[in-house]
Design a protein around this ligand. Structure first.
Ligand SMILES: [Cu+2]
Length: 116
C-alpha cells in the first residue's frame, strides 16, 4: 500500500516536470539597441538551456553580431529579430553592432555570459 503510493507520487512529479518544460519553451532574453548602446549590455545564459535573443531597436537599423558563436542579425525598426540559441560552451562572448550607425558606433558592444 505504502509502496504503491510512493510510485504514484514519483510518476506524478515526472509528468508534471515534462509539462512545465513543454509549456515554458526557450527563455526569451530581450535586448534593445539604440545609438550607441545595447541595453542590457550584459546578459546571462545557462549551458545547454535553449534561449531566444529578442532584439529590437529604438531608433534606426543596427546590427547584432556574436563573432565567437557565428551569430549575426539585422535589427530593423518596428520589427523583432529573434535569434534562437542553445549555448554549448561556457564563457564570455562579446556582441557588437556591425552596422555603422554614426560616431559612437564602436561603443555598441556587450557580453553574453554562459555559465554551467
Ligand atoms: Cu552601430
Amino acid at each position: 500500500m505504502h509502496r504503491r503510493l510512493v510510485v504514484a507520487l514519483l510518476l506524478g512529479s515526472t509528468a508534471g516536470g515534462a509539462a512545465r518544460l513543454a509549456a515554458d519553451g526557450p527563455v526569451e532574453i530581450h535586448i534593445g539597441a539604440k545609438r550607441f548602446e545595447f541595453h542590457p549590455n550584459k546578459v546571462a545564459a545557462r549551458l545547454g538551456q535553449p534561449i531566444v535573443l529578442v532584439l529590437t531597436t529604438e531608433d534606426r537599423l543596427h546590427g547584432f553580431k556574436i563573432p565567437d558563436l557565428g551569430i549575426r542579425a539585422d535589427i530593423v525598426p518596428g520589427q523583432q529579430a529573434r535569434v534562437p540559441l542553445t549555448p554549448d560552451k561556457i564563457g564570455r562572448f562579446a556582441f557588437l553592432c556591425d552596422v555603422f550607425c554614426g560616431d559612437g558606433h564602436e561603443d555598441m558592444e556587450g557580453v553574453l555570459v554562459v555559465e554551467a
